[in-house]
Write a protein that binds this ligand. Sequence first.
Ligand code: GLN
Length: 475
Amino acid sequence: MNLKQLVTQIKSGETSSENLVQTSLDTIKKTENLNAYLSVNDEIALEKARAIDKRRSEGEELGTLAGIPLAVKDNIVSREGKTTCASRMLENFNSIYNATVVEKLNGADAVVVGKTNLDEFAMGSSTEFSAFGTTLNPLDNSVIPGGSSGGSAVAVATGSVPIALGSDTGGSIRQPAACCGVVGMKPTYGRVSRYGLVAFASSLDQIGPFARTVEDAAYLLNVVSGEDAHDQTSAPQPVPDFTASISKGVQGMTFGVPKECFGEGLAPCMKASIDKMITKLEKEGAVIKEVSMPHVDYGVSAYYIIATAEASSNLSRYDGVRYTIRPESVTDITSLYFKTRAEGFGKEVKRRIMLGTYVLSAGFYDAYYMQAQKVRRKITEDYNTAFKGCDIVLTPTMPELPEKLGEFENDPLKAYLGDIYTVGVNLAGLPGISVPLEQIGSLYTSLQLIGPAFSEETLFQAAAAVEQLSGITHT
Ligand code: GLN
């Protein structure tokens, strides 16, 4: 059943929230070996579900997520349970407040059943950099589930929850969605409040939905979107119903296909699947046009300078004084800083902090950080130019099917290069969605659709058409 049907069933009393939450908890237990969850709120979730069922039975109108179980990435703070960011640094951290998205979920009567695994502080593309163990891909245990929101993608792929939230700084929702054969969407920068999302790179971070279907993703985005007084970068744009145009099809819609995204480095199976889909879209009355994104090749370099620069600043707060673990045998304030950071951060996070500190340091700032900001502007201009001639830009999400586990361990550059198709969307602040295309063995190929800022409604419309044409339905 899709989300709307589940909600209707709960509202009509045909099924109960308790029943759904219990099923969710059972599935989590059964799939424990995948390590998708860092914490599970069994008791609290069941209590909440019962309270929701009781309110319904007393005639109260329930919220739009009427008792639906869902999972939240563990870098989004919640008062219930811990928020660890999959880091030793925060292994005992309990937030004293809820992220705005969590408040909104509670307000819509959703039930958060657990917090999901990620690469430490969302830095990575495989969930292998979690301090609490790798998450396994349920489609094939020998390949990565993608990252950094691997836990949320797996939670949805196993059916333990119908929807989940992740965060996307350079591809961390779209990539794991692609790796696990589900839908993942990064909204326009500012669409969703970042209040309570533990900051990685503040000018790029955005919270977004995972779901089994495009419509379910749109439904969840409806709930969490909107301006927020706690986040000054959240946008005052009105929030339309993102599901409103979902079945309108692609007749007359123009898709721009950047030639630079289909050259060297793209696996033949990805290209073949996308080509097939393009032909199908054309048959449905869409217009396909070649566009040019001349700066695609510089995206990864610019991203890894800007993201690490911002990370080095954002992560300076973890100094042992607040939030974090407190190492033993500390003699003075300096050793407190050193020991906390040496013991608390994993190697990928340290690598990023060093890189970020370097590119911001006097003497290198102009050569790296400033230059990267110029490239960022160029990439944004590429998109602006493309959108003058098309409604949607269509690219791969990932260059290849998911890598074998362990491939990135000693080759960070390889992992970074895999971000080539996703980072530009964050640099330009645009909405992007990944949709599975075709099953190859147990895995899926996928594509990414990108729209102009605040065009989510059209983006979901196009994505739903792709989904229908691909014939992949998990519900
Ligand atoms: N793979 C990218 C990185 O490691 C993106 C991560 C993300 O979007 N959080 O930085």
